[in-house]
Design a protein around this ligand. Structure first.
Ligand code: ZN
Length: 416
């Protein structure tokens, strides 16, 4: 067997590659140092070279891998090629924490078409047990008028919540949608059955997006101080609940720009202690349709603001296609029960977009994920462009006429 040094092996491969022979001859004719030309690696060797300099050398990032290759070799668009190789490298995809902003996007819940169509639901407590045995408060907030309903509860279980909900529905009619967090009381089977029987859609807020239930959280944050201010005896807090509810509903709400009571009923409520209000505000009645329309406009304006603020701090999630291969990063609490069999061989599970990592081997160049195509601008690396120009102008024999439509050569090794 003939022993060949690495350089001899490269030269042999170079000589057998027609395209390379042509390029090297041209380069050397133009008095470019022969040593540079000799570094050029034939297409067939690119992949194994990159595997050696990346996979077998500690999975270093782009810059280090490229400089390791460039110490002794060169091929057109080496940087782009390596970048793509690293994007496809399972070890790197799985183990490296993405830099920069987290992937996420806020999807605000639109205001209902009528009051009490969409309700935010939450509970707070435990408080000191009242003399009547109550220790929790169930908070319901209408997402159009911001009207608040409070119920004192002995326990925070499905039964107690359902009891409150039933009396709420007797007052305001069936709801269309309920939004709650994933608290155990809200995720029970009986809860779902009750909703299904009433045709109520139940939206569970992701633990990662508590702001989607921001309506009710905001009420909660004002509720406790108001409750404390109204309390004479801490064991009688539940006796003041109706008063607190009234105060919340008759104070202007920043988002809707009016009091929830007025948006719901069309006039300002007056109470015994507010005789002066009769003189200043009067008994004017405004068509609630107008008030509610204005509330809707105000809410939508606010939601655009929140969304912009939120999305600025996060990157847009990658869009996935059906049948796409992704890695799923899961916390260690993953159990078999999380994955259910569907239609024989399909296994179904849900995951937040931020736990997914794209794996697109052989994606065609136009559809290469953003993080790859975005970096096309980096192709201005001087020597790479020079090389590219030569390929174009000097009509290399292999060069296809419609270059744009073909998969770029640096991607050919990754075609599935
Ligand atoms: Zn790697």
């Amino acid at each position: 067997m003939l022993a060949m040094t690495e350089e001899e092996h490269l030269m042999a491969l170079q000589r057998s590659d027609e395209k390379l022979r042509y390029i090297i001859n041209n380069l050397t004719k133009r008095s470019v140092e022969r040593s540079v030309a000799e570094k050029i690696v034939p297409d067939g060797m690119r992949k194994s070279l990159v595997v050696r300099c990346h996979d077998l050398s500690g999975h270093f990032a782009l810059d280090r891998t490229v400089s390791k290759i460039m110490e002794r070799y060169y091929f057109a668009r080496v940087r782009k090629y390596v970048r793509y190789h690293i994007k496809c490298c399972p070890e790197c995809v799985l183990n490296k924490v993405p830099k920069g902003h987290q992937q996420d996007e806020l999807h605000p819940i639109p205001p209902g078409k009528r009051p009490f169509e969409t309700i935010h639901l939450d509970h707070i407590g435990p408080f000191i047990k009242s003399t009547s045995g109550n220790s929790h408060i169930l908070v319901l907030v209408d997402n159009l008028t911001k009207y608040v309903k409070l119920y004192a509860m002995r326990r925070c279980d499905t039964d107690s919540i359902l009891k409150c909900l039933k009396s709420f529905i007797l007052l305001h009619g069936l709801l269309k949608r309920i939004i709650s967090d994933r608290g155990t009381a809200f995720t029970s089977k009986r809860f779902e059955t009750y909703f299904e029987s009433g045709g109520i859609k139940h939206t569970l807020i992701s633990v990662r997006h508590p702001q989607s239930n921001g309506q009710v959280k905001r009420v909660n944050s004002t509720l406790v101080p108001v409750l404390q201010a109204n309390m004479t005896n801490e064991r009688s807090w539940d006796k003041k609940l109706l008063e607190v509810e009234s105060q919340l509903n008759n104070s202007p709400n920043k988002t809707v720009g009016d009091t929830p009571f007025r948006i719901l009923y069309g006039y300002h409520a007056s109470f015994h202690d507010e005789v002066l209000r009769h003189l200043t505000i009067g008994e004017e009645y405004v068509d609630v349709n107008k008030l509610q329309e204005q509330a809707r406009v105000n809410i939508e304006k606010e939601q655009v603001k929140w969304k912009n603020r939120y999305d600025q701090k996060h990157t847009k999630p990658v869009k996935y296609k059906v049948r796409e291969v992704v890695f799923l990063r899961r916390p260690a609490i993953h159990t078999v029960a999380d994955v259910t069999v569907k239609e024989g061989r399909l296994y179904v599970t849900t995951a937040h977009a931020s736990h997914l990592k794209v794996y697109r081997v052989g994606a065609d160049c136009d559809n290469v994920p953003n993080h790859i195509t975005d970096e096309n601008k980096e192709a201005t690396d001087s020597d790479e462009v020079q090389f590219d120009e030569k390929e174009k102008t000097e009509k290399v024999p292999d060069q296809p006429a419609s270059r744009e439509k073909r998969k770029p050569s640096w991607l050919r090794d990754y075609t599935s």
